[in-house]
Structure formats: structure tokens, C-alpha cells
Design a protein around this ligand. Structure first.
Ligand code: ATP
Length: 713
């Protein structure tokens, strides 16, 4: 792989700089200083000294793999180099995909600032339900899932001249599907540009030669070949290069600042406690600088947050200047963005994050990283046909990314809460998600893109065959596919349009026939967020009493419905008598009094509005079943029948579709009453196989409502 030596010296003739000279001169005071500092910082990035070389490489190669250390400047700089290198000259857009929303938004903001433009003009972002782009946007940051959805409407991705797939090493399921799709689009566009000089066949052109089923309607558009750049800090360039037909790979050398890595001597039995101790060790002993802690999920983050506050109260006042900021995927975007705001003078910020802050993001002020060494990952048991979220060790690549979040503005330190010998045993890279997840959603999306031969699709890593078959089976049973594995005319297409897990989409579609879509919208929204209830250890009895006020003997779904409706009533009453701010404050208090997680409830309310818009656009009728909850439970049984389970003499449950033995999670309102037959929403594996979100059903409903699965044949 050729290496590009980088030096940190400022260069002459920085094009972007020249273009900005006028605006810099016009600006005053702080603004000028900040702009100058940013431009200085840009020039000192390792990637800056190879700008021209990189632009030449992209000009000469349709596909390029770019590998560079964390913080070398790939994500923020390369799109600008290409913009000024003329790649948008004919109105083409440079699309940069990120695996995560927070990265797409925060990097776009930074690049807009570097270019001295308003966000949404030359530089913009687009994530699900939030489009900050305009006709003049030429550098567009987005999630990889969003670009996949764009491909549904424009299979040739004709507005893009360049697509950069960033953080490809993460190998999320969306990244992998996108890579296969882009490879195909690239071939199609190359043939279109050739054919345009000759003949186009009814505007339909063949995609990848291998994938004969992939016909792409390009409507005789004049298209230039698509430039594709695959980018990452820790990427096995060879795998990607081979996949793209020996594509050229370049390595940008050099990192910005050193990061000291510190390990524990012994393995830690409780990483949460270890994280807490390390936070305070840094806070009390180390010089200024903010702290970023990697944990596995919302529950852990919120419990560490509570413990930090408790310990702070025990410290002398002078040492209490520590502020906590959580960040996890289900936190509303504007709350996520709070982590990027500087701490007030004299205060230190501690950010408690999941792996969503692991790649691409630069959080200003971070000097210390605490890495728990674990992550919550999707694991699919193809034999049982069940996906679960398990806590697993990170890979070396992930550990590297985590430490890379320090040392972006100055030298940093990374505290790994495990011994070095354990790090040596980590896998080099994370197993691609496509090899360990339920494929139903991917298959639905591919089918909607017109790709019928799933096993024949050119995946960089083929998913497990049993997993494909399992997912095809469950989509068939849900009514999304015909026996020939084609998308069904109505249900299949409707399910593909909804941005939800297939079983949730099915529940919404069915509920409109059962006349309980109003209730199902609420329940699907509440199921889409993590932990609505919280039960602090020291107030266990009070929190249980609060839960009893909402709980339904029929199960958790109806309990969640009661919570949502009670909160709605409270909001409506409050809106009449109070200002918006006061009403929101009151709702937070109501949540606190009732041991309800106000963040989660707010997120559920957002999801509810979004999916309500979706179903209205699809023309589904939103009606209510009123007090007839039997209808609603029957609708749940008709949708979640693959998750039906029967009580065994020992109080365990057997999942009917797979035979797997499971237990009701203690947080369920049905934990004690243990009905004979139930449906559940999720399987969580700890030491036991726990099922969560349970609803009581009648066993005899199953052959009636899901004869395709339980019919007597
Ligand atoms: N929002 C920001 N605020 C301050 N500095 C920033 C910001 N975003 C980027 N930078 C600076 O630009 C540098 C390069 O960031 P960039 O995201 O382009 O690097 P990268 O090579 O893509 O790294 P990674 O692979 O870790 O995402 C950072 O190290 C930091 O110094």
C-alpha cells in the first residue's frame, strides 16, 4: 500500500483558505480569532500535506480505499479537498455516509463552520426525520441507512458525483448492504455513461453482472461514473481492495497528538464501579480536560450518572465542579448535541456514552477516555430464530477508536479498565453485524430495491445461509413475502416503507384492520425506547407502588399504554394553564414522582408522532378499540405469534416456534402471575434467557389468527 508522508507544517495555497479570506477580513473580534484558529488547525492536520495527492488519486481511480489514523482529518477534510478539486463542478454532490446520526450531524456542523457557511447551504446533513440540506448543498453528510433509503427512489444515486463511505471498518449491516449496492451502482453508471453514447434499452440497465435480478431504472439520464471512497482509521484495506476488484488503497500517515494508554493490573469484576473510581481519580488528581466514558447502554449510563452525583455530594464544595452528560442512541438529537457544548469555566465535563461516540466524532475538550472494554451487540441465534442484545468484549479496532477520541486537541490519556493481556486476546476487528443479526429488515429493504436473489447478492461477507432462510421464513409468515419470495403486493410494500422492525410494521398494518391502530401506535412507540420505568435501589418499594398505578393484569403492553395515556392527559391539562417551558418542567416532575424515565417517555412521544405521520401517509385508518382490550390483545397475538410461549410445569416458558426455554424478566408486571400463554417483545440474555414486554393471550387464538404458523394441516 503506498504511504503518503505527512508533515504538520502549514502550507501555502490552501484553496479553501483563499476562498474564505474575504469573509475572514470582514469578520471581527472573537469570530476572527476562532476562524483563524480553525484554519490553523486545518493546516496542521496530517492529511493536509497530502491534499493534492489525494485529489489526484481520486481523479485517477474510480474506487479508492483511504486508511488513516484517528484524528488525521479524513472525515472533515477530504470532502472539502474534493469540492475545491472540482468534483462538484457539474452540480454533483459529494455524499459522506456515517454509521451514526450523531456523527453525521456534528461533523456537518464542523465542516460548515470550517467553510464559513451556514449549515444546510454548501454543507448539510440528512438523517432520518431531519433533513438539513438544500438545492445548494454540495457536501452532504448522512447516515448509511438514509442513503439506502434514497436508493429506493433513485437507484442510480444520480445526484452524487462522489460517495465516501466513512468508518467502513465498523461493518454495520447498513454499511455492508450499502457497499454491495454501491458496487452495483458504480458498474451501472459506468455502463450508462458508455451506453449514453450508444443505446439505452427502455431506460433499464443491468446492474452488477453477477446479480442478474438487479435491474436499475436510470431513465436515460446522463450520468458520469460514480467515484467511490471507502474510508476508515482501522480498516483491513486488503479485504476492501479485493472486494472492489483490486482497488487502489492509500495510507495517510501521522496522527495529531499522542495518547497514553493505561491498563489495570488485574481484571475488574465490576467495570461500572471501576469506571466510577477512575472518573473521580481523574477529577481529583489530573489537570484540566474533560472525560469520556464508554459504557454499554442507557441503563448503565443512568446508573453511573446517579452514582457520580451521589459521590459528588460527599466531596468538599470546591471539588464538586463536575458536570455529567449522557449520550446514547435513543436520546433525542438536541440532547445528544449537548455533549458538544463547552463546560462552564472552572467545571469539568464527564460524558457517559455508548459506542455511538466511538467513531468520527470530535468532542471538544476531551482529554481523558475511560474504556470499559465492553459493548452491547446484536447477536442472532439462527437456529432459534431469535435476536438478542448481549454485552460482549470490544475488538482491538474498537479499543483503538475509543482511545482516538482523546488526543484530538492536545495530548490525551486512555484508561482501559482491563489488563493489557486481555487486550491482546481481543479480536482484531469486530465481526460484521450482517453475520450476527436477524436479516429480516435487510431482506425487506433489498427486496424493495428489486434485489430478489438475496443469497446471490454480492455481499462483502456472505451472511449465514441458515440466517437468510430463517429470515425469509419469518417474512413469509408475517405476510411480507409470497411463496416465491417476492414482496407481497400490499403488506410487503407497506412493511418496507415503514422505518421499523418488520414485526412492528406488521402490527401497525394489522391493527388498522382490527380497529386498534391508535393503541398500537402508542405501544410500538413505547416498545421502541429503552426502559420507561426506573427503580433506584434505595427506593424500590416506592417505585413498585408507582408502577402498580399503571399496571394492567393483561401485561406490559397495556401497562405501557396506560402510562402513555396518563402522561398525555397530564400534558393536555398542563398546556391549558401553563407556558410551554413550565408544562415541560411539570411533566418532568410528574415522571419523577411516578418513577418514569422522562427521557425515554419524551423519545417515545417523538417516535409516536413520526410513525403516526408515516401511517397517515400510507392511508391507514387510525381508529381506537376503546375499552375492548381483547381486540387489542388478539391483534398483538396475530402480529407477534412468532414470539408466543407456553408455561411449563416448572414456571419456565417454551417458545413455540423454536422450543427455546426462557423466563419472564423480573421487571414484567406478569412476573408473579405467570399466565399460561403469552407473547413477548424481546429476548435478553444475561445468565438466563429472559423475555421482556409480555402480554397474556389465549392459546386457542394462535391457530385462528396465525394459521400459517399454527394451523392444523
Ligand atoms: N467539532 C470539532 N471541534 C474541534 N475540533 C474538531 C472538531 N471536529 C474535528 N476537529 C479537529 O479536526 C481533527 C480531524 O477530525 P476528523 O474527524 O476529520 O478526523 P478523522 O481522521 O476522520 O478521525 P476519525 O477516524 O477518528 O473519525 C480532529 O482531531 C480535531 O482536531
Amino acid at each position: 500500500m503506498p504511504s503518503m508522508a505527512a508533515n504538520n507544517l502549514p502550507r501555502k495555497n490552501d484553496t479553501c483558505n483563499n476562498n474564505h479570506t474575504q469573509s475572514i477580513e470582514a469578520a471581527k473580534g472573537d469570530f476572527v480569532t476562532r476562524r483563524q484558529r480553525i484554519q490553523q488547525q486545518r493546516k496542521s492536520l496530517p492529511i493536509a500535506s497530502v491534499e493534492k495527492l489525494l485529489v489526484e488519486e481520486v481523479r485517477n481511480n474510480n474506487t479508492l480505499i483511504v486508511v488513516g489514523e484517528t484524528g488525521s482529518g479524513k472525515t472533515t477534510q477530504l470532502p472539502q479537498y474534493l469540492f475545491y478539486g472540482g468534483f462538484c463542478r457539474d452540480g454533483g454532490v459529494i455524499g459522506i455516509t456515517q454509521p451514526r446520526r450523531v456523527a453525521a450531524v456534528s461533523v456537518a456542523k464542523r465542516v460548515a463552520e470550517e467553510c464559513g457557511v451556514a449549515l444546510g447551504q454548501k454543507v448539510g446533513y440528512a438523517i432520518r426525520f431531519d433533513d438539513m440540506t438544500s438545492a445548494s448543498t454540495r457536501m452532504k453528510y448522512m447516515t448509511d441507512g438514509l442513503l439506502l433509503r434514497e436508493a429506493l427512489l433513485d437507484p442510480c444515486l444520480s445526484k452524487y458525483s462522489v460517495i465516501i463511505v466513512d468508518e467502513a471498518h465498523e461493518r454495520t449491516v447498513h454499511t455492508d448492504v450499502l457497499l454491495g449496492l454501491l458496487k452495483s451502482v458504480q458498474k451501472t453508471r459506468s455502463s450508462v455513461s458508455k451506453v449514453m453514447n450508444g443505446h439505452a434499452q427502455n431506460g433499464l440497465l443491468m446492474g452488477a453482472e453477477k446479480d442478474k435480478s438487479f435491474l436499475m431504472p436510470c431513465h436515460g439520464k446522463k450520468l458520469s461514473p460514480l467515484k467511490l471512497i471507502i474510508m476508515s482509521a482501522s480498516l483491513d484495506a486488503r479485504v476492501f481492495s479485493e472486494y472492489f476488484g483490486s482497488a487502489r488503497a492509500v495510507h495517510v500517515q501521522g496522527r495529531q497528538y499522542p495518547v497514553d494508554i493505561l491498563y489495570t493490573h488485574q481484571p475488574e469484576s465490576d467495570y461500572l464501579d471501576a469506571a466510577l473510581i477512575t472518573i473521580f481519580q481523574i477529577h481529583l488528581e489530573e489537570s484540566h480536560g474533560d472525560i469520556l466514558v464508554f459504557l454499554t447502554g442507557q441503563e448503565e449510563i443512568e446508573s453511573v450518572e446517579r452514582l457520580v452525583h451521589e459521590r459528588l455530594r460527599q466531596l468538599p464544595e470546591g471539588n464538586q465542579k463536575l458536570l455529567t452528560f449522557p449520550i446514547f442512541s435513543s436520546l433525542p438529537s438536541e440532547k445528544q448535541m449537548k455533549v458538544f457544548m463547552p463546560a462552564p469555566p472552572g467545571f469539568r465535563k464527564v460524558i457517559l456514552a455508548t459506542n455511538i461516540a466511538e467513531t468520527s466524532v470530535t468532542i471538544p475538550g476531551i482529554r481523558y477516555v475511560i474504556d470499559s472494554g465492553v459493548v452491547k451487540a446484536r447477536i442472532y441465534d439462527a437456529d432459534a430464530g431469535i435476536e438478542s442484545l448481549d454485552i460482549v468484549k470490544t475488538s482491538k479496532a474498537q479499543a483503538l477508536q475509543r482511545s482516538g477520541r482523546a488526543g484530538r486537541e492536545g495530548p490525551g490519556k486512555c484508561y482501559r479498565l482491563y489488563p493489557e493481556s486481555e487486550f491482546d486476546k481481543f479480536e482484531d476487528s469486530t465481526t460484521p453485524e450482517i453475520k450476527r443479526c436477524d436479516l429480516s429488515n435487510v431482506i425487506l429493504q433489498l427486496k424493495a430495491l428489486g434485489i430478489d436473489d438475496i443469497a446471490g447478492f454480492d455481499f462483502i461477507d456472505k451472511p449465514n445461509r441458515t440466517a437468510i432462510i430463517r429470515s425469509l421464513e419469518s417474512l413469509f409468515l408475517l405476510g411480507a413475502l409470497t411463496e416465491e419470495s417476492k414482496l407481497t403486493d400490499i403488506v410487503g410494500h407497506q412493511m418496507a416503507r415503514l422505518p421499523l422492525e418488520p414485526v412492528y410494521s406488521k402490527a401497525l398494518i394489522l391493527s388498522s384492520q382490527f380497529n386498534c391502530l391508535e393503541e398500537m401506535l402508542i405501544v410500538v412507540a413505547m416498545l421502541s425506547v429503552e426502559s420507561i420505568f426506573y427503580a433506584p435501589r434505595e427506593k424500590l418499594e416506592e417505585s413498585r407502588a408507582a408502577l402498580r398505578c399503571f399496571s394492567s393484569p393483561e401485561g406490559d403492553h397495556l401497562t405501557l399504554l396506560n402510562v402513555f395515556r396518563a402522561s398525555n392527559e397530564f400534558v393536555v391539562k398542563n398546556k391549558l394553564t401553563h407556558s410551554k417551558e413550565k408544562a415541560e418542567k411539570n411533566l418532568r416532575k410528574w415522571c419523577k414522582d411516578n418513577f418514569i424515565n422522562s427521557r425515554s417517555l419524551r423519545h417515545a412521544r417523538d417516535v409516536h408522532s413520526q410513525i403516526q405521520r408515516n401511517v397517515e401517509q400510507m392511508g391507514l385508518r387510525i381508529t381506537s378499540c376503546g375499552d375492548d382490550m381483547l381486540v387489542f390483545r388478539r391483534c398483538l397475538a396475530a402480529s407477534f405469534f412468532l414470539n408466543a410461549a407456553l408455561k411449563q410445569p416448572d414456571g419456565m416458558y417454551r417458545i413455540l416456534s423454536s422450543g427455546l426455554m426462557v423466563q419472564i424478566h423480573p421487571s414484567s408486571v406478569l412476573f408473579r402471575s405467570k399466565p399460561e400463554c403469552i407473547i413477548f417483545d424481546k429476548l435478553v440474555r444475561t445468565n438466563n434467557n429472559y423475555i421482556r414486554n409480555i402480554c397474556r393471550i389465549d392459546y386457542l387464538w394462535l391457530p385462528e389468527l396465525a394459521p400459517q404458523c399454527y394451523g392444523l394441516q
